[in-house]
Design a binder for this molecule. Structure first.
Ligand SMILES: NC(=O)c1ccc[n+]([C@@H]2O[C@H](COP(=O)([O-])OP(=O)(O)OC[C@H]3O[C@@H](n4cnc5c(N)ncnc54)[C@H](OP(=O)(O)O)[C@@H]3O)[C@@H](O)[C@H]2O)c1
Length: 294
């Protein structure tokens, strides 16, 4: 009988790509979503949709019933460890066999950012969950550049408080493909493994701007700005203060060289090199295009 995989975060960046990577692979896909109304796209792609909220443990049992594998993605925020705990408990109670968890680069109790420290709590819990488990720790997503797409389209420039940071950034679609590989392999194969997933090169944002310029066929510039200026912009766009604080902590860590590395874990899992920023830019050119065309 086919295995059933429960996908959490199913409307988000990584899990949307994961559904694409798992479709047609002979597994049953079930998505946990907070609002049934926003899940038509999932249903159209053949995914069973169950409503539940990781903030509310009582809402979760129906989604985990008869599930063998859980893809566990928690949203950023102070409640992330509680969200993870609720899911792991629901999985245990339902008799699930395996949890594959999305953590984050550098997750550790002494990480210089709150997200890394919160992810470390959930990683420890996952390691003791009593089921088979695998943890993926991706580096900075290239898809974060889409947050700058409006400015790039309008002004040919994007402003970040990353100074001259070098980052081994990774395409979230590659992260999703790694998750799919693990979930489709035998549960014993990756049990107990933690994979740190990066792109092929560690790049500065000047180099990223150069890659975007080449792929888009028009100049794109990186404008380094200070923490206060970036924070003001984020808060002005409605980003919650907790998230703005978290992003500032990451930016400071990256500016000090914390993210300047790559690994070969992704190539090891997929048997091919990771996507480059040039690949990412080409595939998302429309998002960066000025209104009125490419
Ligand atoms: N961005 C990066 O560079 C980076 C790098 C490494 C790791 N990460 C990690 O990646 C994760 C975020 O992944 P992503 O970017 O794919 O997420 P995302 O696009 O922000 O989407 C978050 C998903 O979580 C769902 N969600 C939010 N609150 C929920 C709740 N209470 N119960 C159930 N579902 C809920 C959202 O559903 P709705 O549609 O209902 O909102 C959405 O599907 C975080 O754990 C982050 O630390 C990010």
């Amino acid at each position: 009988m086919s295995r059933t995989i429960l996908i959490t975060g199913a409307t988000g960046t990584v899990s949307t790509a994961l559904v694409d990577a798992l479709r047609g692979a002979g597994v049953n896909l079930r998505a946990l979503v907070r609002r049934s109304s926003g899940a038509d796209g999932l249903r159209e792609r053949g995914v069973e949709v169950v409503v539940g909220d990781l903030d509310d443990a009582r809402s979760l049992p129906p989604a985990f019933e008869d599930v063998q594998d859980v893809w566990l993605l928690t949203p950023n925020g102070p409640r992330a460890p509680e969200n993870g705990m609720n899911a792991v408990w629901a999985a245990r109670r339902a008799g699930a066999e395996r949890v594959v968890r999305l953590s984050a680069v550098g997750a550790a109790h002494d990480a210089p950012n709150r997200s890394g420290r919160l992810h470390a709590l959930s990683d420890r819990e996952t390691e003791r969950c009593g089921m088979r488990w695998t943890i993926l720790r991706p580096h900075w997503f290239m898809q974060n550049l889409l947050n700058e797409a409006g400015d790039i389209a309008a002004d040919g420039a994007f402003a970040l408080n990353m100074a001259a940071a070098r980052i081994g950034m990774v395409d979230a679609r590659d992260v999703a493909e790694c998750a799919a590989r693990v979930l489709l392999d035998d549960p014993d194969r990756h049990h107990g493994a933690t994979y740190t997933l990066t792109g092929p090169r560690s790049l500065t944002f000047d180099e990223v701007a150069g890659e975007l310029s080449l792929a888009l066929g028009r100049p794109v510039r990186y404008l380094p700005v200070g923490d206060d200026a970036k924070r003001e912009t984020l808060l002005g766009c409605g980003v919650p203060a907790w998230i703005a604080d978290m992003l500032e902590e990451y930016a400071q860590a990256y500016a000090s060289g914390w993210g300047d590395f790559t690994t070969d874990a992704l190539t090891g899992l997929l048997g091919r090199p990771p996507r480059t920023v040039a690949d990412f830019a080409r595939d998302h050119a429309a998002a960066f295009a000025p209104v009125g065309g490419l």
